[in-house]
Design a protein around this ligand. Structure first.
Ligand code: TXA
Ligand code: MG
Length: 323
């Protein structure tokens, strides 16, 4: 496919150009290990306002601040409790976002008026970019609000043809970071690329926010439209119900593991891979598919490891859930 005009392969030069843009108060989209982010200088309120405008993001939805090192963390967070220090030592840089008390230097636009700030230290290219920019970078996922998060530079260009995009190839995890709050008690606010099981080894009393659990299954998308697929998505909790529905709807497009695809000889298939990690990596691209098909059919996977985050996204993306 032809590269869009604002997509720049990652190199020392394009990274410097991106950092300079961020310092000038412009937006830059960049790959992280989770999904692509739409970044701006977190300390520049006008720059952050551009993120909300570009995405059409509701102003009550706060943005994650990305830091490259501990010194930058101290710039935005007032306190780093002992439990946070433990998690940071183990999981940063990586797909873990921590909710911490915020310093007044951080514009309230970033935190949607909350006195807390969400912070994470990303890996690789994203961290290099933050380091070069030398300012904390506010970055939500680089999609128009309500669309699936982007896992390639082409996805970003689809949503934001005029934004400078650093292209680092497909992202490693394919799903967003896990968001954890520690005060007043440790709780997972959003399931993500870092599994709850790994977190629980360090914080045995970790709780789970109801919106990330079963309640969401009963009423997907009641709070915000999220991860809206290119056509209606039906999520099946059992293989047998998927099989009989697919038989009656031969023009539907089936998203399924590679190993199950032989069960649908007459159907168009979008194989997601077999391990939960592969499924996570391929899911958002599948939700953006332009292939023909009346609707998308997906099968539930076990809520274990990254499977929990996969199910959270599928549940929110689903138009309908069939037991
Ligand atoms: O992997 C990721 O986290 C990606 C990459 C770009 O870093 N970013 C991302 O951002 O997914 P976004 O804006 O799509 O999701 C941010 C999540 C939202 O659920 C938001 O409500 C929550 O973090 N959040 C941000 N600040 C918060 C705060 N102060 N308190 C509670 N939740 C917060
Ligand atoms: Mg998002």
């Amino acid at each position: 496919m032809k590269r869009a005009k604002n997509v720049h392969p990652a190199s020392a030069r394009s990274l410097r150009a991106a950092a300079a843009r961020l310092r000038r108060g412009e937006l830059v989209a960049f790959p992280t290990e989770t999904v692509y982010g739409l970044g701006a200088n977190a300390l520049d309120e006008k720059a952050v306002a551009k993120i909300f405008a570009a995405k059409g993001r509701p102003p009550d939805n706060p943005i994650i601040v990305h830091v490259s090192d501990q010194k930058m963390l101290r710039k935005v967070a007032r306190r780093v409790p002992a439990r946070a220090k433990k998690l940071i030592a183990r999981f940063w840089p990586g797909p873990l976002t921590l909710i911490l008390s915020k310093k007044s230097l951080v514009p309230s636009l970033v935190t949607a008026g909350l006195d807390t700030v969400a912070v994470r230290m990303p890996q690789g290219l994203a961290r290099d970019l933050v380091r070069l920019a030398a300012v904390p970078i506010a970055a939500p996922s680089a999609n128009v609000s309500g669309r699936p998060s982007p896992t390639t530079a082409a996805h970003v260009a689809e949503d934001f043809p005029d934004v400078f995009v650093l292209d680092g190839g497909p992202t490693a995890h394919g799903l967003e970071s896990t968001v954890v709050a520690l005060v007043p008690y440790p709780v997972v606010l959003r399931q993500g690329a870092l599994s709850e099981e790994s977190l629980r080894k360090m914080i045995p009393g970790l709780r789970r926010s109801p919106s990330g659990g079963r309640h969401a299954a009963q009423s997907p998308g009641t709070r915000y439209v999220h991860y809206a697929p290119s056509r209606p998505l039906i999520l099946f909790l059992r293989k047998s119900s998927l099989l009989s529905y697919a038989k009656a709807h031969p023009k539907a497009l089936v998203l399924c593991s590679t190993s199950l695809s032989s069960l649908f000889p007459k159907q168009r298939i979008l194989p997601l891979g077999d391990s939960p990690e592969e499924i996570a990596r391929n899911l958002f691209a599948a939700l953006r598919t332009r292939r023909r098909g009346t609707e998308l059919l997906a099968l539930a996977i076990p809520r274990r490891g990254i499977g929990r985050a996969v199910m959270d996204r599928l549940t929110r993306a689903a138009t309908r859930i069939v037991p």
